[in-house]
Write a protein that binds this ligand. Structure first.
Ligand code: KIV
Ligand code: ZN
Length: 547
């Protein structure tokens, strides 16, 4: 890839950094659904995961490379620490993709060198050159990141970047790992790299940043003005701690303000050529898919994708917009694919219409899953007059979620509650051997009683840290969507479900979270930034890098 691709490349890391959000872990089906939608959205690169973390992570990256990594599709990238075992696993996982990338990284700030890596600057320089060279022996497209670049000594940073480019890195990524920089500082950092690194002309400059001070998007836009041509971002801004720079905000800022940004890319101000390759009308759909599958709600006032982003509440604003839309609107909602919450299907709709609408919404289900989802749709259509796209999304995201190694299936739930009675629940689960297990419990309310009964059956210690209910659509017959997060041994596991009966939705969401907990706690995945860097000896001799 040329040093300046002539536009801004969008590198989506929802499936890697986004999945590092507490409780947002996704199963294989969910990752595939998101990767397919990211491809429809038109991102340039999908960072599909950290293959060395666990066999499950490796498999997910490999499956995404197979199913989404066509010659016309996005580049499929995997993350690897600057260690031979990580890099080899990453190369193997992305191998099925026509266009594949290894993204390797090592920290460069003194604070990380001293306390995390316990390595000298000279050692970090040597590892960088050696590991980038090794990665280049496996693939042509290698990205190198200087973790915590935002707090690194710029002079040392220049040296490391130069070593990485000389060893063959084709993209140099500058992460503000702790979200500490301000826009002017971050812009100056990129300008300094452009001016001081002798070989910088041979690599694309990329930026990655966290939103701890709410400045990630502003920092990136400043970086673009100083030569950054790849932006690493996530859908809905999910990610470690306060999250990453949000894809939809970056893309729409570059779209709406292209007259302002065009000259920084050497274009005439009035050029109408898009600055990114993203199909903006896919943004809303992608945002909802990610929110539904991760169980991470989007705040209503979130720019571009929040429920209120295009709502005008004050009378003065409504009046202005009616007279002329541009009085209070800078974006036409249709540009991001926001249509009315339209009535999608009805009681008499058939299976093929159901499947076609789901595909338009970004869900491609296997035959069995489609059958199950269609049955649920028919049941819902009996209870609810009008089925909207949001209802379909709620049904299907639950379906996709249940594909994990399911230990328990909810068979039935009954509650007795109201004034003057002690809330009581009786639940029946079917376990993996097909046996029926029934328990009853009392609680402070019907949902508490259901959770107590389920816990008695599953017998796995956990703490309920989040329970939220929201209405999927308007109206008295609306489905209630329940999200539950359970903590077990320090890790969070989420489950969500929707039903016109919120107690049933709560029971199902709890069972989904329990299933994830039981599956996840058996396969402990490594965290790319917290696990200690292994030494060269982690790899069989035959697979060791050339030194
Ligand atoms: O935040 C960070 O520094 C990262 C790197 C691994 C790119 O996520
Ligand atoms: Zn990050």
């Amino acid at each position: 890839m040329a040093r300046d691709p002539g536009r801004v490349l969008i590198f989506d890391t929802t499936l890697r950094d986004g999945e590092q959000s507490p409780g947002a872990s996704l199963n294989l089906e969910e990752k595939l659904a998101i990767a397919q939608q990211l491809s429809r959205l038109g991102v340039d690169i999908i960072e599909a995961g950290f293959p060395f973390a666990s066999p499950g992570d490796f498999n997910a990256v490999q499956r995404i490379a197979e199913s989404v990594g066509s010659a016309e599709g996005p580049i499929i990238c995997g993350l690897a620490r600057a260690a031979a075992g990580d890099i080899k696993a990453c190369a193997d996982a992305v191998a099925p993709a026509a266009r594949r990338r290894i993204h390797t990284f090592i920290a460069t700030s003194d604070i990380h060198l001293e306390h995390k890596l316990r390595k000298s600057r000279a050692e970090v320089l040597a590892i960088t050159a050696e590991m980038v060279d090794y990665a280049r022996s496996l693939v042509d497209d290698v990205e190198f990141s200087c973790e915590d670049a935002g707090r690194s000594d710029p002079e040392f940073l220049y040296e490391v970047i130069e070593a990485a480019i000389r060893a063959g890195a084709t993209t140099i990524n500058i992460p503000d790992t702790v979200g500490y920089a301000t826009p002017a500082e971050f812009g100056a950092l990129i300008a300094g790299i452009n001016a001081q690194v002798p070989s910088i002309e041979q690599a694309v400059i990329s930026v990655h940043g966290h939103n701890d001070l709410g400045l990630a998007v502003a920092n990136f836009l400043e970086a673009v003005k100083h030569g950054a041509r790849q932006l690493e971002c996530t859908i809905n801004g999910i990610g470690e701690r306060a999250g990453n720079a949000s894809l939809e905000e970056l893309v729409m800022a570059l779209h709406v303000r292209r007259r302002y940004f065009n000259p920084f890319l050497g274009r005439p101000a009035d050029s109408s050529e898009p600055l990114t390759g993203v199909r903006t009308e896919e943004i809303t759909k992608t945002s909802r898919l990610v929110s539904n599958l991760t169980g991470m709600a989007v705040q209503p006032n979130k720019a571009i994708v929040g429920a209120n982003a295009f709502a005008h509440e004050s009378g003065i604003h409504q009046d202005g917009v009616l007279k002329h839309r541009l009085t209070y609107e800078i974006i036409d909602a249709r540009t991001v694919g926001l249509t009315d919450n339209r009535i999608s299907l009805g009681k008499l709709s058939g299976r093929s219409a159901f499947r076609a609408r789901l595909e338009e919404l970004g869900y491609e289900l296997s035959r069995d899953d489609l059958d199950d989802a269609f049955t649920r749709f028919k049941e819902l259509a009996d209870r609810k007059r009008e089925i909207t796209d949001r209802d379909l999304e709620a049904i299907v995201s639950e379906q996709v979620q249940q594909n994990d190694q399911v230990q328990y299936t909810l068979r039935s739930v009954q509650v007795s509650c109201g004034t003057g009675v002690q809330p009581t629940a009786t639940v029946t689960l079917i376990n993996a051997d097909g046996a029926e297990l029934t328990e009853a419990a009392i609680g402070t309310g019907p949902v508490d009683a259901v959770c107590q009964a389920l816990n008695r059956l599953a017998q796995v210690p956990n703490e309920l840290v989040e329970f939220s209910v929201k209405s999927v659509t308007e109206g008295i017959d609306a489905m209630g969507e329940v999200t539950i997060r359970l903590r077990h041994q320090g890790a969070l596991y989420s489950g969500h479900a929707a039903d016109t009966d919120v107690v049933v939705a709560a029971a199902q969401a709890f069972v989904n979270a329990l299933n994830r907990l039981l599956a996840g706690s058996q396969t402990l995945a490594l965290h790319p930034q917290r696990a200690p860097l292994p030494v060269l000896g982690d790899l069989p001799l035959a697979e060791r890098p050339r030194v």
